[in-house]
Ligand binder design. Structure first.
Ligand code: ATP
Ligand code: MG
Length: 330
């Protein structure tokens, strides 16, 4: 990070107001960042009539990166336009286990690269008659190629052997046919190895033997479902960070939602958001700081304190403090 980066901060609703401040403490300890605070979500919609005020859209569009918490019912009206605003074409979702955290599948260490703009989430739905509704599935060669280029770069710069593309081109012959052909072609041009798996079969393999996967590339909906499955394998939603990457900007957010059932209690696990902040640091070029933050989170998961979702009794703030205490001087 050569000059002071600007980071928009959007806590959203519910535990967003607990886990985002926790992550800010960590960011403050390792980097020189100018924060621009902005609001979005259910509470704002009630007060101001819109879940995504113009000022928030502007702040996110102009910042180098955004740290986002979670929103409730208005989620689709907030995060989808924000992802558009930064032209985010891929959602990066790492899922791995940690010493000290019980996991259904302790050998899991994978990353899902999810197409972030189209598929069935392109939002083209119609109610034709009382009886009939339809959904158009959008797949373009350009978005598929952009995802594949990112996947090839990711594999190369992170020292992976190749990636597995998940799809269903035996049923969705035209749309997933185009998707897979494009991904295959791009990978071949780059000399990157590609495995293929039908997304339903992959769900079974993931549940039984996640160690067989490393980097997974998939369409939008498949990525959403498979990454929630991966979350279940590694010990719950409180641990999973994500990054929405655009050509120049990014939005970094935990995979979990605003958790209304525990909001206000101060016991939400901040790890997913702190790990999202580490991805943000990496995106800004602060690789050393990102490594230090990850190491401090790992040490805290191993030795405590831990929040109730991981079997502990600690508060969100206590965990954040423990992470900050384990950081080297910056
Ligand atoms: P969304 O629709 O936004 O994906 P969701 O309905 O999947 O949200 P979440 O808000 O992610 O729901 O919560 C699912 C469950 O996981 C809840 O019981 C919640 O308390 C728990 N949970 C989510 N995030 C955390 C966290 N950071 N720490 C502890 N528990 C969490
Ligand atoms: Mg969810």
């Amino acid at each position: 990070m050569s000059e002071t980066a600007t980071v928009a901060v959007v806590p959203g609703d519910g535990i967003g107001h607990e886990v985002v401040p926790a992550a800010l403490e960590v960011l403050d300890a390792v980097a020189d960042i100018e924060f621009v605070h902005a609001e979005a979500g259910d509470a704002v919609a009630e007060q101001r009539g819109t879940p995504l005020p113009e000022g928030t859209l502007e702040a996110v569009s102009e910042a180098d990166a955004t740290l986002f918490g979670a929103t409730g019912e208005t989620s689709a009206d907030v995060i989808l336009p924000l992802r558009d605003a930064v032209d985010s074409f891929v959602n990066v979702r790492p899922a791995r286990t940690y010493p000290g955290v019980d996991a259904v599948q302790p050998e899991t260490d994978l990353v899902i690269l999810r197409e972030n703009t189209e598929g069935v989430y392109a939002g083209v739905e119609n109610r034709l008659t009382e009886d009939v509704s339809t959904l158009t599935r959008l797949v373009t060669q350009s978005a598929s190629r952009r995802l594949a280029e990112f996947a090839c770069d990711y594999v190369e710069s992170n020292g992976h052997d190749g990636f597995t593309v998940a799809h269903k081109n035996n049923v969705m012959r035209v749309t997933d046919g185009l998707f897979v052909d494009t991904v295959r072609e791009e990978a071949a041009a780059r000399g990157v190895d590609v495995d293929e798996a039908y997304m339903d079969a992959m769900a079974t393999h993931l549940a039984m033997d996640p160690a067989g996967y490393d980097v997974i590339v998939c369409p939008n909906l498949a990525g959403d479902v498979l990454s929630d499955l991966a979350a279940g394998l590694v010990g719950g939603l409180g641990l999973l960070p994500s990054a929405n990457i655009g050509s120049e900007r990014g939005i970094f957010e935990p995979v979990h939602g605003c958790a209304p059932d525990i909001a206000g209690e101060g016991i939400a696990n901040p790890s997913a958001t702190i790990l999202s902040a580490a991805m943000l640091l990496e995106f800004l070029g602060a690789d050393g700081a990102a490594r230090d933050v990850r190491a401090a989170v790992e040490a805290t998961l191993a030795d405590g304190p831990r929040t109730p979702d991981l079997g502990g009794t600690a508060t969100t703030d206590a965990v954040a403090e423990a992470v900050v205490d384990r950081l080297p001087e910056h």
